[in-house]
Design a protein around this ligand. Structure first.
Ligand code: TMP
Length: 214
């Protein structure tokens, strides 16, 4: 594929959405056609799945059902949006991708599903396709959660299904993201996100310049 695929990952309130927009503006200013998207909810069908996934009782899904729904959203996202755009030479930035499933549904819930099941789902949905670069925005969960609750209150958002989990869950998923980065250093870069918006943007730009030379 001609384009590139950059994913931003991290726990609640780590600044991914703001930073994705800033990165898109940076790349566009360099003349690179860039598409900004997200999971779950990067397609019209995904928006419906997102509603199911991020609202309601925290224990409402069977663990495998929950993974399959994220993977259904992902398949739709890849086939309808990410791959066609990349084939046209566009760079796609996605606010979350498959590392979130591993961090939340596997590590977050203390490995309550089989790791091989998760890997099989990835194979079915994406085959050997991987992001060119994954930026893991890391910060203490307490800081991110406070930000996330403040944002949800100001927007009267009901998307708090995962925020309502105990701090252990968030510590586990942070550990999960760091494990993924250790396992795949050629794809993943951990960035300390416990700072202001502009400093974090500069940290991200430095990594993107070094790794992808846009
Ligand atoms: P967002 O608020 O960052 O857009 O993400 C929506 C929620 O979905 C967030 O709490 C993280 C969660 N999530 C998973 O649990 N697994 C996944 O695979 C993805 C993509 C998101």
């Amino acid at each position: 594929m001609k384009g590139k695929f950059i994913t931003l990952e991290g726990g609640e309130g780590c600044g991914k959405s703001t930073q994705s927009k800033l990165l898109q503006a940076y790349l566009q200013a360099k003349g690179i056609e860039t598409l900004l998207s997200k999971e779950p909810g990067g397609t019209p069908e995904g928006i419906v799945l997102r509603q199911l996934l991020v609202t309601g009782d925290k224990d409402k899904f069977d663990p495998i059902t929950e993974c399959l729904l994220y993977y259904a959203d992902r398949r739709q996202h890849l086939t309808k949006l990410v791959w066609p755009a990349m084939n046209e030479g566009k760079w796609v930035i996605s606010d979350r991708y498959a590392d979130s499933t591993e961090a939340y549904q596997y590590y977050g819930y203390n490995k309550r599903i089989d790791y091989a099941t998760l890997q099989n789902m990835y194979q079915i949905v994406a085959g050997d396709f991987k992001p060119d670069l994954t930026l893991i925005l890391d910060m203490p969960p307490e800081v991110g959660m406070a930000r996330s609750f403040a944002k949800a209150a100001s927007m009267e958002s009901k998307e708090l299904r995962f925020e309502s989990r105990q701090i252990d869950f968030h510590n586990n998923l942070r550990h999960g993201f760091l494990e993924i980065a250790k396992r795949e250093p050629e794809r993943c870069v951990v960035i300390n996100a416990d700072t202001d918006i502009e400093t974090l943007h500069q940290r991200i730009v430095k990594v993107v310049e070094e790794r992808l030379k846009p």
